[in-house]
Design a protein around this ligand. Structure first.
Ligand code: FES
Ligand SMILES: [Fe+2]
Length: 444
């Protein structure tokens, strides 16, 4: 299978097919309202099309360079549902290889992370170097002499590029360069990396992986949803009050106040940012650590340090979040099943104590027994269940559409409880879904 087939390219669709799909009614955007058809969470054809049109043509986060610092280091992950190995070869180059044996298709690497000079397929023992080349075949005499000229190898994903340690890959060989793609979100990636006074983050811990019985976009929407916190995370707000850390009323009012620094931003390419000066629920209180703040000011100056210290959830379409202290990747499995990889991060160049406290705060809210992430999962299940109900299929994403504006950077700015980032996400989603192909047939 060629990379272009893997990426879901077809012969160019004829004009009629494209027009049919463009007319297909999944996103209603106009006249002061923005609505999504519930089938985007439930329909198998739409899901299959997402894998081809969204995940098959987008830059997808596959690893962080800090996870594979040495030649031989590797991690495994998925691009959409495509299994890949991300490994550093002897020449120090990072390769992103399809985790698919050239013999009969088994994955050749079953580990999540490790170090190996070669990968041995578990099925019949073919061996590949960490540059993907086939270097050994069991019982070789069963093949003709010219066998090694058959160009059998672990195929390379067509494109792989990195930015500030974040490694992305793209199944589309003709995709625009990564830097072009991240043009508007890049300044937020920089601010996130510059939480470290050295500008570098480390990922020394494992991955926290968990699945949920819901569509991947429920998590994509939720990570920049500033509306739900007072309700879904009500018990955590109350807990903060009981422990004397914060007045619950203050938390709720801060989050709802117009005019203070509470923004939800829609960027180009489907990206989005939730930004609050006074912190998210469950975020580490950086501003109260004076020696850390001084470190930042020394490295970057006080104006940029102040910007760095804003609390942000950064969404990079279609499935990557840079949160306070972790990287989160959403993996689609089925229309109603997804899994999350959360990679806790450490800041380089700060006290060990600060990193320990960040990790502890992260675990308290996002960890397996945390007070935040499990509640989010619960509402994803609620939303997935409700999406299958008959009746009016249209879901409202119109919050704040009447009060958003555009800033000098071309970002659409709403209040932090507005659905501005979600509208940005779905506009890009629809754009990609409408390129080349037949319309999905959805039960109405
Ligand atoms: S499938 Fe890999 S060696 Fe047979
Ligand atoms: Fe939440």
């Amino acid at each position: 299978m060629s990379p272009s087939q893997i990426a879901g390219e077809h012969a160019p669709a004829n004009e009629r097919e494209i027009n049919d799909f463009c007319k297909f009614d999944l996103v209603r955007d106009g006249a002061g309202r923005f609505r999504i058809h519930s089938s985007v969470y439930t329909d198998q054809q739409i899901f299959d099309r997402e894998l081809k049109h969204v995940f098959g043509h987008s830059w997808i986060f596959v690893s962080h360079e800090d996870m594979i610092p040495l030649p031989g280091d590797y991690v495994t992950t998925n691009i959409g549902t495509q299994p890949v190995i991300v490994c550093r070869a002897a020449d120090n180059r990072v390769h992103v290889l399809f985790n698919r044996c050239a013999h009969r298709g088994s994955v050749v690497c079953r580990e999540e992370r490790g170090h190996a000079e070669k990968f041995r397929c578990p099925y019949h023992g073919w061996v590949y170097g960490n540059d993907g080349q086939l270097i050994g075949v069991a019982q070789r005499s069963g093949y003709p002499d010219d066998f090694l000229a058959w160009d059998l190898k672990l195929e390379e994903v067509p494109r792989a590029e990195s930015y500030r340690g974040l490694v992305f890959a793209n199944l589309d060989p003709s995709a625009a360069p990564l830097l072009e793609r991240i043009s508007s979100v890049r300044r937020y990636i920089d601010l996130w990396c510059d939480r470290s006074p050295t500008g570098k983050v480390a990922l020394p811990e494992g991955i926290h992986r968990y699945e949920f019985p819901g569509n991947w976009k429920l998590q994509a929407e939720n990570g920049v949803d500033g509306y739900h916190g007072n309700y879904v995370h009500e018990s955590f707000v109350d807990l903060l009050e009981r422990s004397g850390e914060r007045e619950a009323d203050d938390t709720r009012k801060t989050r709802n106040t117009l005019g203070s620094h509470n923004f939800a931003k829609g960027l180009s390419h489907g990206d989005g940012v939730l930004e609050r000066k006074d912190g998210m629920i469950g975020a580490f209180p950086y501003r109260s650590n004076s020696s850390y703040c001084t470190q930042l000011e020394t490295s970057y100056g006080s104006e940029r340090a102040n910007d760095i210290l804003m609390q942000r959830n950064i969404f990079i379409f279609p499935n990557l979040f840079l949160f306070e202290s972790h990287i989160r990747v959403i993996h689609p499995v089925r229309p109603d099943k997804s899994y999350i990889d959360a990679y806790p991060t450490y800041l380089m160049g700060v006290d060990d104590q600060l990193n320990a406290e960040r990790l502890s705060e992260h675990e308290r809210f996002f960890g397996p027994s945390g007070f935040g992430a499990p509640d989010d999962i619960e509402v994803f299940v609620c939303a997935q269940t409700g999406a299958s109900a008959i009746g009016n299929p249209w879901l409202e994403f119109s919050r704040g559409i009447h009060r958003e504006s555009m800033n000098e950077l071309g970002e659409t700015i709403g209040h932090s409880t507005d659905e501005t980032p979600q509208r940005s996400l779905y506009r890009e989603w629809l754009r990609l879904m409408q390129v080349n192909g037949n319309s999905p047939k959805v039960a109405r």
